[in-house]
Design a protein around this ligand. Structure first.
Ligand code: H2B
Length: 99
C-alpha cells in the first residue's frame, strides 16, 4: 500500500510530540538543527542516524558543517510528510538530550 501524506490535523498532532522539529513553510517536510561539541560528535550522531535510516528504510535529507547537522525529513514516495517521517524524527530525538 502506498504511504499516505498526513492530513493537517495529523501533522499538527505529530509535531506536538516532536520537540525541536519545525514544519517547513510549505508544510511538506520537517527539519531540525543539531549542534555538537565538535566534528567527531556530529559525525558519530550521523552514523547513528544512518543506521536508523537503514532500519526504517527511510532516508534523511541532511547537511553537516563541522559541529552542526541539519536534517530534513519528507517522504518522497508520498510527496510530503508521512508517518514515516514522524517515526524517524522520534528515533532521532532519542539520540540527543531533550530540548
Ligand atoms: N526515504 C525517504 N525520505 N522517502 C522515501 O520515499 C523513501 C526513502 N523511499 N527511502 C524508500 C527509501 C524507497 O525508495 C525504498 C524502495 O523503500
Amino acid at each position: 500500500m502506498p504511504v499516505q501524506r498526513l492530513s493537517d490535523a495529523e501533522r499538527a498532532a505529530a509535531l506536538q510530540g516532536l520537540p525541536g522539529w519545525a514544519l517547513r513553510t510549505d508544510g511538506l517536510a520537517i527539519s531540525r538543527h543539531f549542534t555538537f561539541a565538535d566534528f567527531s560528535a556530529a559525525f558519530g550522531f550521523m552514523a547513528r542516524v544512518a543506521l536508523i535510516a537503514e532500519k526504517l528504510d527511510h532516508h534523511p535529507e541532511w547537511s553537516n558543517v563541522w559541529n552542526r547537522v541539519e536534517i530534513t525529513l519528507t517522504t518522497h514516495d508520498a510527496g510530503g510528510l508521512s508517518a514515516r517521517d514522524v517515526a524517524m524524527a522520534r528515533e532521532i530525538n532519542q539520540l540527543v538530550p531533550a530540548v
